[in-house]
Design a binder for this molecule. Sequence first.
Ligand SMILES: Nc1ncnc2c1ncn2[C@@H]1O[C@H](COP(=O)(O)OP(=O)(O)OP(=O)(O)O)[C@@H](O)[C@H]1O
Ligand SMILES: [Mg+2]
Length: 244
Amino acid sequence: MGNLLAVSTKRLTKAFDGKEIIHGCNMTVEKGTVYGFVGKNGAGKTTVFKMLLGLLRPTMGEATVLGMDSVRDRSEILRHTGSLIETPIFYEHLSAADNLKIHLAYMGIENTDLENVLTLVGLANIGTQPVSTFSLGMRQRLGIARALVHKPELLILDEPINGLDPVGIIEMRELFHTLVRQENYTILLSSHILSEVEQIADRIGVIVDGTVIQEISPAEIKEKHPAGIEDYFIKVTNGGKANE
Ligand SMILES: Nc1ncnc2c1ncn2[C@@H]1O[C@H](COP(=O)(O)OP(=O)(O)OP(=O)(O)O)[C@@H](O)[C@H]1O
Ligand SMILES: [Mg+2]
């Protein structure tokens, strides 16, 4: 069972300055699937992602990522995972390709086909234009390229479609599906665009005040909540059980 899971957390807990923000969080992401992580602003999505990536240390509990412990095996997890957390930071005076090259050198991994990765995210022929001149959506695309370029197994993407235009959102949806169906990726992403999560995700985890209260498939939401995913979200995040 364990090796079928890309991510599992057990009673994951995080306190900042003595105040508990994430409480006993249990979540499970199966390999080869897209998991959509949803919750209100401040619910704890980014904090959970940072713990999975070893960027924050849990106060209690544990997270297993690709069979490894998030604290003990942090550097190995980072090699096998691509991530985009909040607003990505780049070398502003350098081109998209040079930013990717620096990332690869840092990771100690080779990928000679940078143009292909840039094309995948919709940044073909971007040339030597410095990142300082990029629009919000172009930066987001470059952030996704950086998450992909070292060919990881798992992508942890915090609001990856934030700032993308409607065509960009469709392109990313198709890219994520291709990566999962043809390249055996696992994708864990957060988003506030529920209609998109419903289309992209195989499973949806809902976090309310630092606890994952439900893991459910889009089909189950449709079946149990004919009024739609937004109605479901409002009910569960306001303390309702939403099972009935
Ligand atoms: N370093 C920190 N120190 C203190 N509190 C923090 C810290 N990081 C996050 N928090 C708090 O933890 C809570 C969860 O924040 P988090 O960024 O994980 O939420 P989120 O679900 O990602 O929200 P959003 O949808 O707005 O991105 C918030 O109340 C936030 O203020
Ligand atoms: Mg966040």
